[in-house]
Ligand binder design. Structure first.
Ligand code: SF4
Length: 483
């Protein structure tokens, strides 16, 4: 999905992180390409920090895509034995330069930190640190984690991480780098992904790295080893890596939406390559709601894998109902209804020759507000479609995410307070079926008690989630911080 699914009106991807300890490599370049592979997880800013053992930390970060932020010259200036990197879509704090990551702090220890997720107790921790007159340069909750670690009195970074993790509530797949090591840790619920990889050298030595998704490893010639476990801290060293469980035994709650939409289809999660899981979702979607039709049309590119699975199960031909202009910049870089509308028309051109007079099964992965889907239905009607049957490979989204995904408010969600039939009527479709939650779990081969599906079910796996403040919570506190 994500690299090319920018027609959407949400949800927005969160962030992507990468870390490597590799004295034998050009670590900045590896970080650059890893971030390039993770670009779908965040397009607002990108950054890389490097460090030499017992040397300084250097960091370059800015707003924009990875390829816009870095060039040969800037990459060459980032020297060191280890590196961490980040791509960002803002989930806490607005899209400002100061909120780009890695965050660098220089308190009792100097460190750089990159974080994917969202703390639900950010305001509380922020208030506590403010009370101690800790200065902040950004309005992102990631800097709270960085400040807690940079000010911690423990001698080693690993002990500092182990000590602060019980104080953090929410989602955090994090990489932190000092002049000694790169340490990666994942929240005890395992809400957001984090994987461990290895680069083997010809002389038999190996370097280790971590990334939000395994697709980053493929691009830099690393081998996927395993997932970083929920509540696990992994320290990358010159001798390999060491692991320590720091999170206690808590209910697992991996984001089920990663399987449906966020992660790249060539990434591997929970033992499954997502492309395969998504095709299975399409098959089940057809089983749940077959319909008399002539052709299956995916909404490119996010609907492609599920459409393939559905077409296979249905024994129907699949065709491109739209041609997509791949050179249009991501529409959501400039939010706003009007711009999005124009962006969509720039991006998709329906093919009357394919759709005219046909009964279409139109497949997409999710609907949030419905604006985009409504326009797609309208375009297909104008192109002469006889019937439009929408099949969505996710259940209706009715609740906001507080764990690192930026969604609309409840009231903006088209499925909130509406029956499926009412949503179909709103969208102008002849029929609509959403994949059931049971169908999602069947497709991924997992169970509800190990995942989060709160945006569909409203059952938040962490207590007190709903009282958590929104994306700009820390900005509300900002006058105090900058006073
Ligand atoms: S609420 Fe939805 S998007 Fe957020 S972590 Fe849970 S399943 Fe994922």
């Amino acid at each position: 999905m994500p690299l090319l699914s920018d027609h959407r009106d949400g949800p927005r991807d969160e962030c992507g992180v990468f870390g490597i300890y590799g004295p034998d490599h050009d670590v900045a370049r590896l970080a650059y390409f890893a971030l390039f592979a993770l670009q779908h997880r965040g397009q607002e800013s990108a950054g890389i920090a490097t460090a030499a053992r017992d040397g300084n930390i250097m960091a370059i970060r800015d707003q924009g895509l990875v390829a816009q932020v870095f060039d040969e010259h800037t990459l060459r200036s980032l020297l060191g034995d280890m590196a961490i990197g980040h791509v960002r879509y803002s989930t806490t704090g607005s899209s400002e330069w100061q909120n780009a990551q890695p965050v660098v702090r220089d308190d009792s220890r100097t460190l750089a930190l990159a974080h994917n997720g969202n703390l639900i107790n950010a305001v509380e921790l922020y208030g506590e640190l403010r009370h101690q007159e800790v200065p902040f340069a950004s309005t992102s909750d990631s800097e709270i984690i960085a400040a807690l670690l940079a000010r911690h009195e423990a001698r080693g970074i690993e002990d500092a991480v182990a000590d602060i993790v019980p104080r953090l509530r929410g989602a955090f797949s994090t990489v932190v780098m000092t002049d000694e090591a790169v340490v990666a840790f994942r929240d005890p619920h395992g809400l957001r992904p984090l994987a461990l990889g290895m680069i083997e050298q010809e002389d038999g030595r190996a370097s280790y790295c971590v990334a939000s998704e395994s697709c980053a490893f493929d691009l830099i010639g690393a081998r996927y080893l395993r997932e970083v476990q929920p509540g696990e801290m992994i320290t990358l060293t010159e001798n390999g890596f060491r692991s320590r469980i720091i999170g206690g035994d808590q209910r697992r709650a991996f984001c089920v939406f990663e399987y449906i939409y966020f992660a790249r289809p060539d990434s591997r999660m929970g033992g499954t390559v997502l492309q395969v899981a998504r095709a299975k979702m399409g098959e089940i979607l057809w089983r749940e709601a077959p319909v008399e039709a002539d052709v299956v049309i995916p909404v490119p590119d996010s609907g492609n894998p599920a459409a393939r699975g559905l077409a296979r199960a249905a024994g129907l031909p699949q065709d491109d109902g739209f041609i997509k202009n791949r050179y249009v910049a991501r529409t959501f870089i400039q939010p706003g209804q009007e711009l999005r509308k124009h962006g969509l028309r720039l991006k998709f051109n329906p093919l009357p020759e394919v759709v005219e007079g046909k009964r279409l099964v139109v497949v997409d992965d999710s609907i949030v507000r419905g604006n985009t889907t409504r326009q797609i239905v309208q375009m297909l009607r104008e192109a002469g479609a006889a019937e439009i049957h929408l099949r969505i490979s996710a259940p209706p989204i009715k609740h906001p995410c507080h764990y690192g995904i930026d969604m609309s408010t409840r009231e903006e969600m088209i499925a909130h307070g509406r029956s499926v039939e009412e949503v179909a009527a709103e969208l102008g479709a002849d029929s609509l079926h959403y994949l059931s939650l049971g169908g999602v779990y069947e497709a991924i081969g997992g169970s509800r008690d190990e995942h989060c599906d709160a945006c569909f079910s409203g059952e938040y796996p962490l207590k007190g989630t709903e009282s958590a403040n929104g994306k700009h919570a820390l900005e509300a506190e900002l006058p105090l911080v900058r006073a």
